[in-house]
Design a protein around this ligand. Sequence first.
Ligand code: GDP
Length: 424
Amino acid sequence: MVRAIVGANWGDEGKGKITDMLGEKSDIIVRFQGGSNAGHTIINEYGKFALHLLPSGVFYQHTTCVIGNGVALNIPYLQKEIDDIVSKGVPRPKILVSDRAQILMPYHIDFDAYEEERLGGKAFGSTKSGIAPFYSDKYAKIGFQVSELFDEETLKEKVARVTEQKNIMLEHMYHKPLINPNELLETLHEYREIVKPYVCDVSLYLNNAIKEGKTILLEGQLGTLKDPDFGIYPMVTSSSTLASYGAIGAGIPCYEIKDIITVVKAYSSAVGAGEFVSEIFGEEADELRKRGGDGGEFGATTGRPRRMGWFDCVASRYGVRMQGATEVALTVLDVLGYLDEIPVCVGYEIDGEVTKDFPVTAQLKKAKPVYKVLPGWKEEIRGIKEYDKLPENCRKYIEFIEKELGVPVTMVSNGPKREEIIFR
Ligand code: GDP
């Protein structure tokens, strides 16, 4: 059985916690897109961890963690993350890396920073993890597949060819130090030694696992609104964040994904620039940011303060639809307990007309939020284990959101810990 866990919003919905929780019942957990540019926060018996590249299943001894072909594989980072969790007492995880995954090269990180520098005030707010240059090269067919590390002849020839092209850009466009092809080849040899124990024909492995009836979890990063096709282009990420892409980024048939758990946050937050219709500012935002998530809404990778906003039915309904959600996990509901009243964005006013359908970016820029104000519950809901024990106004808030989304809310998360979850 294959199940996906993905985000409906701008990311940071709390997917890490839900994956960690459901990971306990999974045999295999797969990352299928993105790289080390976004992070999951996971709190368990070993401590608090910010995972960026490793699948959330690394804390369980019975799970195999897979880095699929769709991922931007930063090899030194992979090693660093493994060493880090092992040094904190976590047993060495079982990890497989697709032989078709591509390698995030040191120069991708440099180019990411150089381009943001060149753009100055018009920058994308990149995390400078090299993700955009990585995927550009992948599709320009000048990326390096893991498998190529083991073919010395081809590798050497390709390093020379790619370096030539990169150095023209470095010299004439960015005026930065050039790449030495011999040093680059050395680095790739080091990468080869690091990654060797993990390399696997992941697609074959997963297809066999499906036949054997194993439970497989596809773990998404970021959310619908950061998808390069369906998100707030161009302020998006560079690989698809949709569950459908899980089939490609893992190498399995799309019809095998039976369950798509879409994580929706009870209010909105976003990192980086881009359209965000229900954004709030000033003290109102500071208060929510301070109380949000687990110890405040600050990026897991960058530490940047997240932008805050009220729940957006228009964006979330779209987010859930594009994921093909079969069920919704509503998270961080406990955070809203301090509010007398909770505004919820139910429509966008664009050129004097109200729409409930999420539009393209050019229209979004003009959109003004139309709010409906719901009564708050003014109560601490952490510790509650049963849905019926939630305050009435809290249940009404959930049910209002559920109706707007049109997908059943099967899980409500009322705290950052793994066991802080209410199943309906
Ligand atoms: P992800 O990228 O979707 O996994 O999201 P992050 O892990 O970056 O952000 C979610 C943050 O909210 C983390 O700090 C979590 O520990 C925290 N969190 C997750 N679920 C809940 C919840 O139900 N309540 C509270 N208060 N915090 C939560």
